[in-house]
Design a binder for this molecule. Structure first.
Ligand SMILES: NC(=O)c1ccc[n+]([C@@H]2O[C@H](COP(=O)([O-])OP(=O)(O)OC[C@H]3O[C@@H](n4cnc5c(N)ncnc54)[C@H](OP(=O)(O)O)[C@@H]3O)[C@@H](O)[C@H]2O)c1
Length: 133
C-alpha cells in the first residue's frame, strides 16, 4: 500500500480587531502557524508586519466603512476559510450611574456592526466563504 499524501494548504483567516489585545495576539499566533491573516482595525495601523498579513480598514460603527471593507474583500480575496469576529468595545460600567450613550455605542459596534459585517460574508454576496470543510 502506497503512502498517503497529505496536501497541506494554507487557510485564510479574516480576523477583526487585529491591531491590539487578543486580536493582535491571535493574528501573530496564526501567522506563526502558517495561516494567511486578513486583519482589520479602524486606522489600518499595525505594529507588526508579515508577508502573509493583509491589513484592512474597518470601523464596525460606520455602515459605509463596513460596505467599503466588503468591497475590498470581494475584490481582493478568493476565499475566507475562517472568520473571527473579535473586534469590540466594552461599555462604561458605572453601575450607579449607567450611561445610555456608552451602552448604545457598545451595542452598535459589538452587535449591529458585527451582524451587518458578517451577514454578506455568509450570504454568498460575492465571496466564496467556506461553510464547511
Ligand atoms: N479583554 C477582556 O477581558 C474581554 C472580556 C470580555 C470580552 N472581550 C471582548 O474580546 C474582544 C477583544 O478584547 P481585547 O481586550 O483584545 O480588546 P482591545 O485590546 O480593546 O482590542 C479591540 C480591537 O477591536 C478593534 N475595534 C475597536 N473598536 C472598533 C470598531 N468600532 N470597529 C472595528 N474595530 C474596532 C480595535 O482596533 P482599532 O482600535 O485599531 O480600531 C482592536 O483591534 C473585544 O470584542 C472585547 O469586547 C474582552
Amino acid at each position: 500500500m502506497g503512502k498517503k499524501t497529505v496536501k497541506k494548504m494554507k487557510k485564510t483567516v479574516l480576523l477583526t480587531g487585529a491591531s491590539k489585545g487578543i486580536g493582535r495576539a491571535l493574528a501573530q499566533k496564526m501567522l506563526s502557524k502558517g495561516y494567511y491573516v486578513i486583519g482589520t482595525s479602524r486606522t489600518q495601523s499595525f505594529d507588526f508586519n508579515h508577508k502573509n498579513f493583509f491589513p484592512l480598514k474597518l470601523d464596525l460603527s460606520d455602515p459605509r466603512s463596513i460596505e467599503n471593507t466588503h468591497k475590498n474583500i470581494f475584490t481582493n480575496f478568493d476565499c475566507i476559510d475562517i472568520l473571527i469576529n473579535n473586534a469590540g468595545i466594552g461599555p462604561d460600567l458605572d453601575t450607579e450611574n449607567p450611561k445610555r450613550d456608552s451602552f448604545s455605542q457598545t451595542f452598535d459596534v459589538n452587535v449591529s456592526g458585527t451582524v451587518f459585517f458578517t451577514e454578506p460574508l455568509l450570504n454568498g454576496k460575492g465571496l466564496p466563504l467556506q461553510t464547511r470543510g
